[in-house]
Design a protein around this ligand. Structure first.
Ligand code: C2E
Ligand code: MG
Ligand code: MG
Ligand code: MG
Length: 275
């Protein structure tokens, strides 16, 4: 329509490419603005240990706060991941998250999401180490979540980074497990301590026997590899009960708590989140 009336335009792949490119360029600009104006904020979502119902850690989730309106990562991360500039965001998130750990000793541990590009980023590991030193944060309080897209293509680089940070005491978790192209290769190659079962399998567990079977199977695989299992998208009590029955170790989701600013969780009243 933009091109005018009475004009047939054949849609081709390169149109998609140029649209993606435009989108990426706009978000890079937006990100740079947000960094300059200090508009990058972290919200936190608790993860409970199912056995005790206690908060084991908080996952840091990034948002852009532009004119008091929050923009969620679903709208900008895919665009930024098409470019190297996602590294800028990773740097911001890592620095902020580690500062939170220093400012709030009552946070037991924190999970930080890393983008697919993080593993080809030579500067990231030194930055993480520098921030942990600067703020005197125990590396044992940090879990890094990687998605399967986080490149088996650069396996050597990925392994080097994981090895170094594991040596220091950080843990690694495979995020959104079960949705990638090479799930099992990933599981085999990466020394992760935990597997986060993708929410798409967890969400409908009570009504969908296939999902229930898949969650059970993923948990068994994790356990036989000496990894702990985490379920995301726990949206009701029935799901939590089923996960407990299966033996899944940790749970996260709207039924337990929605992501929110950290002070929401650190006030004394919020102790028991679920039955
Ligand atoms: P994720 O790491 O798998 O995070 C879970 C997402 O699911 C979060 O969305 C969270 O708000 C949402 N969620 C949590 N519980 C429930 C539930 O019970 N039901 C449903 N339907 N959704 C739930 P969010 O915050 O929009 O983040 C989306 C994705 O963006 C994240 O998926 C993660 O891959 C990425 N992301 C978030 N923060 C960062 C970051 O700081 N750096 C990088 N590189 N990626 C990030
Ligand atoms: Mg995550
Ligand atoms: Mg996840
Ligand atoms: Mg997910």
């Amino acid at each position: 329509k933009r091109r005018g009336r009475d004009l047939v335009h054949i849609y081709s792949e390169s149109d998609q490419d140029s649209e993606n490119l435009r989108d990426t360029i706009e978000w890079i600009h937006q990100l740079q603005q947000a960094i300059a104006n200090d508009q990058i904020v972290l919200h936190f979502q608790p993860v409970i240990e199912i056995r005790t119902r206690e908060i084991a850690y908080y996952e840091a989730l990034v948002r852009l706060n532009i004119d008091n309106k929050l923009i969620y990562p679903g709208s900008f991360i895919p665009a930024l991941e098409r470019a190297d500039d996602i590294k800028l965001l990773d740097h911001q998130v890592v620095a902020k998250a580690i500062k939170y750990l220093a400012d709030y000793p009552e946070i037991p541990r924190m999970a930080i999401n890393l983008s697919a590009h993080a593993f080809s980023d030579e500067k990231l590991t030194p930055l993480i180490e520098q921030k942990m030193m600067q703020y005197r944060v125990d590396p044992k309080r940090i879990i890094f979540e990687l998605t399967e897209s986080a490149s088996l293509t650069n396996l050597a680089g990925t392994l080097r980074m994981i090895e170094r940070l594991t040596q220091l005491g950080c843990d690694f978790s495979i995020d959104d497990f079960g949705t990638g192209f090479s799930t099992f290769t990933y599981l085999k190659q990466l020394p992760a301590h935990s597997v986060k079962i993708d929410g798409s399998f967890v969400k409908d567990m009570p009504d969908d026997p296939i999902d229930l079977a898949l969650v059970r199977a993923i948990h068994e695989i994790a356990r036989s590899l000496n990894k702990v299992s985490v379920a995301e998208f726990v949206e009701n009590q029935e799901t939590l009960n089923l996960l407990e029955e299966i033996g899944v170790d940790f749970a996260q989701g709207y039924h337990i708590a929605k992501p929110a600013p950290i002070h929401t969780f650190l006030s004394a009243e919020v102790k028991a989140l679920v039955d």
